[in-house]
Ligand binder design. Structure first.
Ligand code: SF4
Length: 929
């Protein structure tokens, strides 16, 4: 290991306790970890001690900050060195003061200003910012920069960007003691400010030793065969090659298969493989999916702990996006303002709050209370949610942690008042404690690290108190939001052999193999991106990075050359095309004389995998008997049994029902309910058709408006003026609709409304179904003796037609079921009352002409109702028997229509191909029925 390591020369210095400085923190971390592996290897072979001092490998920033801290300790420096968050806050204040009409993007502008300031400082150009400003943007920044300098001086603080020049000044004043030796490793492109400081250190007597890192000790060839194939012959991969795969997906799979083979061949050799991605954020998910599938299929489960994976991302993701951190941020935002119901729902079910028992209750609360609350706007604040739970007598369903959180907030006093950052940070810590975050289960190492990162963010925000400002909760949460988004979280290193990173993150590191993905002209070299707040001429003159095409091409060329020097082998992967069209490999490959090889010459295509034969087994276990014959949900069980036995089984025996969705305003169900309730209240007063006929239009309108008002106030909760305005519109809409409808009531034969929304129970076969009749009318005159009734079912949408009552698998057996509650001779008609803005009408069947209006020949036809009821009784009894016997066949009545809105699709595993094998006459028989 030691002889092959590109860091071998440095290990000797590190072993002696020398300080080695590298260009960035990642390169320093890589060197420290390589040193540990080297020492462990020595210890294992009995060539060295079993314990050793950690390597003193630091990034340039860690090194210079250490020198500055020494100056503070010695009393030669009094300034406070601003951290990134403090500096950002200062830029924010300057921009906000300069633009009193707060810009919506102050944070982005502050970020941009901070970058421009750091760039100018690194190129010793801060004094030239104002003189070279020649556009409105650059002049604005020049003014901000001047203000920044003044405020730093006044507050006795120092920007991190100015650290090099501050140390230089101390060296010149002899207040900084220069170190005797300084080892620089892979320090390829020092900035002008770094070069000046290094020169000054040399002048002060420091011996600066440069260590270029090359990887000449790596093997000269890679003998590979596809380890998955027994027939494949070993092949030799060139040390440098470009491979073009047909598609971007193939590119990832090809590289993953090559890595798998390489790692197998070099097992136990501590090989390092770098995977470089130009746009890691975009490709991260797809790359991880491919690696899970090819490198570690045992980790394909989304819940798998990846700490044993042979790869790790050394470029992090924003802390705010971690599943562990998201809920605590959401909870914090909920304290500030109402949260949408879907976000509240996610919070209630979060595995990172409270205990498992809480979550079961909360899931019930979510499905049965929250999703069924009549809110016009689907959002709630915490207090209103607790009130909702109280009024619905569902307090016991609320998780204990939520009540704790509420108490914590109450105890915290006035949250509208401004507080110090540290006080808000403590408030949030109290909140997380009350919510029992991060939950009861044992955390993975990465999750544990995330809790520490969260603590560090709160600590960092507390340092913003250096300026003695007090801020509102909103302002604190804005800072928290930004800080968790810019904090890159990588988790604890698993020392995996495959390190995945962005291209620039590889600066200063060495690897046995480097795989450069997406190596196309569009991605590498990068497009030039001059800083918009510094004059372009200044950036050109000082050759700042990204200032011009020539500069970016030159940078990419030298960067790629150094990657080649520091990699034992380097493979460039690209795709021939993607969704945007044809792609070309980066032109740098030709310049650097990298040969192109065919994918098959890199690694042979594996033989197709033989399909696993399907093993069939008979499922003969009987179902347990139906726990109770009493079924809630009315005719739905029969409707679903008719549509598909499996769906009825899933929804009524396994309770696998879809959750109600949150909607803005009234959903179709709430809207329908309002119509039902308003008509119920109206007919409670105006009991008969003759009474209705006797009302003047004004009196009819008065009764109707009162009924609508009563229905609205009973069913909707109004919280503010938006709600009131919305409901006023709804009232008028309902009035217009129902007033028109009442005129249609006059077209029927005389009736009395007997009951409205009447609950009952109907026995059919072995089932006892709980039903609710919309309305039952008693006819005032009939040609036959005895009482005569009409069953009315309101329909406020497009559904509902009598032909849906027909056949052995009726689409809508509701009214046929209700008909079974009557003696055949008593029932004279069944009808839908279609209360809709379009096509308002009565639609049903009648035993005698004239009971329902018949404007057309086929509207409300006369039928032999007793005979029809008998047929329905047989059909419905058969369906009830099938359900009770557990006949749960996956047999949709008319595929794909029946399955269109079914949420059991994943559960039932319907195979549409199997349906196509059913002979036509068999498959149409039921759907026509
Ligand atoms: S998706 Fe179709 S086949 Fe599957 S349960 Fe639903 S209705 Fe039945």
């Amino acid at each position: 290991m030691s002889s092959a390591s590109p860091y071998a020369a440095l290990f000797e210095h590190l072993a002696l306790g020398s300080l080695v400085v590298l260009p960035n923190a990642r390169a320093a971390r890589t060197l420290r970890s390589a040193f540990d592996r080297f020492k462990a290897d020595e210890a294992q072979r009995g060539l060295g001690p079993s314990a050793w001092e950690p390597a003193r490998a630091l990034s340039w920033q860690q090194f210079t900050t250490g020198l500055f801290n020494d100056l503070v300790l010695s009393g030669d420096e009094s300034r406070l060195l601003l951290n990134e968050a403090q500096e950002h806050q200062l830029w924010r204040e300057i921009i906000a003061d300069a633009q009193p009409n707060a810009l919506p993007s102050t944070d982005s502008l502050a970020d941009l200003a901070g970058k421009a300031w750091h760039l100018a400082s690194a190129y010793n150009a801060t004094q030239r910012i104002a003189a070279t400003a020649n556009t409105s943007d650059t002049r604005t920044f020049a003014a901000w920069a001047a203000d920044f300098t003044t405020r730093c001086k006044k507050s006795d603080v120092l920007s991190l960007a100015q650290l090099d020049s501050a140390l230089l000044a101390h060296l010149q004043r002899n207040t900084l003691i220069a170190p005797a030796n300084l080892h620089l490793a892979a320090f390829d492109d020092p900035t002008p400010s770094q070069s000046m400081l290094l020169d000054a250190l040399r002048d002060s007597g420091t011996i600066v030793i440069d260590h270029p890192i090359t990887n000449s000790g790596c093997p000269m060839s890679l003998a590979l065969g596809d380890m998955g194939s027994q027939d494949a012959q070993p092949i030799t991969t060139p040390l440098r090659a470009s491979i073009i795969a047909p598609t971007e997906r193939d590119e990832l799979y090809l590289a993953a298969r090559w890595i798998r083979t390489y790692l197998k061949q070099h097992r136990n050799e501590n090989k390092s493989v770098a995977v470089l991605m130009p746009s890691l954020d975009d490709d991260r998910a797809q790359l991880e999916l491919t690696f899970r599938e090819v490198l570690a299929p045992e980790l394909e489960s989304i819940q798998a702990d990846l700490s044993s994976a042979p790869w790790e991302f050394s470029t992090g993701i924003p802390l705010a996006t971690l599943p562990l951190i998201q809920p605590i941020l959401e909870l914090a935002y909920w304290v500030r303002a109402p949260l949408s119901l879907d976000r509240i729902s996610a919070l209630l079910l979060s595995p990172f709050f409270g205990f498992a028992d809480d979550r079961n209750l909360a899931a019930h609360f979510d499905a049965a209370v929250l999703r069924r609350s009549s809110l016009l706007r689907p959002e709630l604040d915490l207090t209103t949610l607790l009130t909702l739970a109280d009024t619905k007598s569902h307090v016991a369903l609320l998780p204990a942690w939520l009540r704790n959180v509420h108490s914590q907030i109450t105890r915290a006093g006035n949250l509208q008042a401004d507080r110090a950052f540290a006080e808000w940070a403590e408030f949030l810590r109290g909140l997380t404690g009350a919510a029992q975050w991060p939950g009861e289960r044992t955390l993975t190492a990465a999750e544990f690290e995330a809790t520490r990162a969260w603590d560090s963010v709160l600590d960092l925000l507390s340092t913003l108190d250096y300026a003695n400002h007090r801020v509102s909760l909103s302002a604190f949460l804005e800072s928290l939001d930004r800080q968790t988004r810019i904090t890159s979280f990588t988790g604890p290193s698993t020392r995996a052999p495959v390190q995945i990173m962005g291209i620039e993150d590889a600066a200063g590191s060495a690897f046995d193999v480097t795989l450069f993905f997406r190596a196309t002209d569009a991605n590498w070299p990068r497009s030039p991106q001059p800083n918009p707040l510094l004059s372009w001429q200044l950036q050109q003159q000082l050759a700042m990075p990204g200032a011009s095409s020539a500069a970016t091409i030159a940078h990419a060329r030298s960067f790629t050359s150094r990657l080649l020097e520091r990699s034992g082998a380097m493979l460039f992967f690209s795709a021939a095309e993607n969704a945007d069209g044809h792609l070309r490999p980066t032109s740098l490959l030709a310049e650097l004389e990298i040969p192109t090889i065919a994918p098959n010459d890199l690694i042979p295509t594996p033989p197709p995998v033989a399909p696993v034969p399907i093993e069939e087994f008979a499922d003969t276990a009987p179902l347990p008997p139906l726990p109770s014959a009493e079924i809630h949900g009315g005719s739905s069980v029969l409707r679903l049994q008719a549509a598909c036995g499996f769906r009825a089984f899933a929804e009524f025996r396994l309770q696998a029902k879809e959750l109600d969705e949150f909607t803005l305003g009234l959903d179709a169900q709430q809207s329908g309910q309002l119509i039902h309730r308003a008509l119920r209240d109206f007919w409670a007063i105006v009991k008969t058709q003759s009474q209705l006929r006797s009302l003047s239009p004004e009196d009819r309108a008065l009764h109707l408006r009162r009924s609508i008002d009563a229905a609205v106030s009973r069913n909707l909760q109004l919280h503010d003026t938006w709600d009131e305005a919305f409901v006023a519109l709804q009232r008028q809409r309902l009035f217009t609709l129902l007033d028109r409808w009442l005129l249609l009531e006059l077209e029927r034969s005389p009736f009395e409304v007997l009951v409205h929304e009447h609950e009952d129970r109907i026995d059919v076969g072995p089932l006892s179904l709980e039903v609710r009749f919309d309305r039952i009318d008693k006819l005032e005159a009939s040609s036959k003796p005895g009482d005569s009734f009409v069953l009315v079912d309101y329909k406020t949408g497009n559904s509902g037609h009598p032909n849906q009552w027909d056949g052995e698998r009726p689409d809508d057996p509701q009214l046929p079921l209700y008909a079974l509650a009557y003696q055949p001779s008593e029932l004279k008609a069944l009808t839908f009352a279609k209360v809709t803005t379009e096509k308002m009408k009565w639609l049903g069947v009648q035993d005698e002409p004239g009971i329902l209006p018949s404007a057309r020949a086929n509207q409300n036809p006369q039928v032999d109702l007793p005979q029809l009821i008998e047929e329905w009784r047989n059909v419905l009894t058969q369906l009830a028997n099938d359900f009770a016997a557990g006949r749960a066949f996956v047999a949709p009545k008319a595929y794909p229509k029946t399955c269109e809105h079914c949420r059991q699709r994943l559960f039932c595993r319907l195979n549409p191909a199997a349906l196509q094998n059913i002979p036509d006459d068999e498959s149409t028989e039921e759907s026509d029925g």
